[in-house]
Design a protein around this ligand. Sequence first.
Ligand SMILES: Nc1ncnc2c1ncn2[C@@H]1O[C@H](COP(=O)(O)OP(=O)(O)OP(=O)(O)O)[C@@H](O)[C@H]1O
Length: 250
Amino acid sequence: MTAPLLSVRGLRKRFGGLVATDGVDLDVVEGEIHALIGPNGAGKTTLITQLFGELTHDEGAIRLSGEEIGALKTPQRVARGLARTFQINQLLPDFSMLDNVALAVQAHAGHSFRFFADARRDEGLRSRARQHLAAAGLSHRAETKVADLSHGEQKQLEFAIALACEPRLLLLDEPMAGLGHAESEQMVAMLSALKGRVTMLLVEHDMDAVFKLADRISVLVYGRVIATGTAEEIRDNPEVRTAYLGEGDA
Ligand SMILES: Nc1ncnc2c1ncn2[C@@H]1O[C@H](COP(=O)(O)OP(=O)(O)OP(=O)(O)O)[C@@H](O)[C@H]1O
């Protein structure tokens, strides 16, 4: 088997007496969409924040392409290819989508662009930003102000901004949350189109979306991965059915 892009071993995080992640082992292979599912409170968000370095872990190892990154701060992890979708409130509401993505390209590119380049004028920055907007299915709305976007479009814009970091592994925490049926379908189409181009670890409660998108699925219960496999394997796994899917989520 090819060495995994992300390899997590024995990751543990305690909040006082509560063990939120309890020795997580997880491998994400280059090119795949790997979904992480599990009941409320299973530790999925805690795991994502530990991977991104916003929360320090108590024990365990996190390796990206074989390099141990567990002691690194978030910006150093981003420099090595990790990205997480930004929160909507970090967008600039009075600027266009294109401006927002161009600013993200500028922030990520650092010295490779002119230091004082104006992201609202520099054609190099804007051309890269247009490519990321196209990948997120937003080309037709590039000049629209963020304040005028629908909730679903704002979520797609988060992707375009995450893509501006040119990630090798994108961490997605519930991208379908709060979306209506049509918006969810659009999001699934957009993620499908990105498949293979960016490796993704996707935390999601929407099982239809998970089963459509994921190459492999890991199930987290009480802070531990109890199973990893294809959609079919996970659906047929009796332990998973009892611990999660049997609850009526699928
Ligand atoms: N900062 C914190 N301090 C104390 N407890 C926390 C903290 N963050 C999370 N927890 C607890 O850790 C456990 C795991 O929470 P987490 O949010 O990671 O679960 P989750 O699987 O993402 O849940 P959901 O699907 O509902 O988002 C929960 O019991 C939660 O209450």
